[in-house]
Unconditional design. Structure first.
Length: 334
């Protein structure tokens, strides 16, 4: 196990280096200039040349890459031309909103996905099985941006019961900053108005993000439950007269969750990537919206910084999942 962890950790910087290299050169192939957008349409040629030299954009691309890589190795992800802040400072502002959205979506996926998977397995080939699988497959089949627009149209425009975008009602204001997670900060400070407003703003983006990532958890739970329900100890439990809920949700589900745990780990990584579209549709102030605005403004450093951060999170989650997996099931050996 120790050797396996060392090997995985050795690949960690190599993967991140590859991500930085690919994203850096791809972003610099995009036509346009953040300097021109920053200075406005009335900027003179002298002003453009001065700003370009100030940000080091007049150097050859390979030289810029070498300088950027040296800064990354020393913990400097560069500076955003548009915001004027360092990328690390911007990420510290926007990351908590993405974490809040991902955690909420993961809770929905875990509860709903596992429940649908168990129901589908217990009532195999029945109406509930087809319904559960239909919900899961239907969610993953719909494009995220389209589904987001449809739920906004339904719950905000037609029904008027949920807000369409943002993180909190501007009239209420953000709770006192402790963790950056509005729901948690409002609970810790007892600001119930902010908690209610944040929760209402969180519902639509979290449901949309979870629906498009629900299928894998549901199908894996169903498949694992079907294998577990055929085990002898399940037959014995039923022979002793134990109720269906106790057999299905306690005895069978406990062992069926072992492969589901690894799927949930991978799903967490997918959620960080999928949050880009969701945050753009719902104007949710996370790193996805930050990266999207940076792409539109041809601001290179934030795009590379967000790509590096999401890659780090994804690889780290994969490694942690692989480490936890044999702890859940001692029969697994690396």
């Amino acid at each position: 196990m120790r050797i396996y962890i060392i090997k995985r950790l050795a690949w960690f910087p190599i993967v991140l280096m590859g991500v930085v290299t690919i994203v850096f050169f791809l972003t610099h192939l995009v036509p346009g200039s953040a300097i021109r957008i920053l200075l406005g349409p009335h900027a003179t040629e002298a002003m453009l040349q001065h700003a370009t030299k100030e940000y080091g954009l007049d150097k050859p691309l390979v030289y810029q890459y070498g300088i950027y890589l040296w800064k990354v190795l020393h913990g400097d992800l560069g500076r955003s031309i548009i915001t004027g802040r360092t990328v690390i400072a911007d990420l510290a502002i926007y990351l908590p909103a993405t974490i809040e959205l991902v955690i909420t979506s993961l809770i929905i996926i875990t509860v709903v996905g596992i429940t649908l998977g168990v129901v589908a397995a217990v009532y195999k080939n029945g109406m509930l099985d087809f319904l559960a699988r239909g919900v899961a497959v239907g969610g993953v089949s719909m494009p995220q941006f389209w589904l987001g627009l449809m739920v906004v149209l339904l719950f905000f425009y037609w029904l008027g019961i949920l807000p369409a975008g943002g993180k909190i009602d501007p009239n209420i204001g953000a709770p006192h900053h402790i963790t950056g997670l509005y729901t948690l900060d409002s609970l810790l400070t007892g600001n119930w108005a902010a908690f209610k407003s944040t929760l209402l703003h969180l519902i639509l983006p979290a449901i949309t993000l979870s629906l498009t990532n629900l299928s894998t958890t549901t199908r894996m739970t169903r498949s694992s439950m079907l294998r577990t329900l055929r085990e002898d100890y399940i037959t014995m439990a039923r022979a002793y007269g134990f109720g269906g809920f106790r057999v299905n949700f306690i005895y069978a589900l406990k062992n069926a969750l072992i492969p589901v745990a690894s799927v949930l780990g991978l799903t967490t990584g997918y959620l960080f990537g999928g949050a880009f579209l969701i945050e753009t549709v719902f104007d949710w102030p996370g790193i996805g919206l930050y990266a999207t605005r940076s792409i539109l403004n041809v601001d290179y450093a934030p795009v590379v910084g967000v790509a590096l951060l999401t890659s780090f999170i994804y690889v780290a989650i994969n490694i942690v999942t692989d480490i936890i997996y044999p702890l859940i099931d001692p029969r697994i050996k690396y």
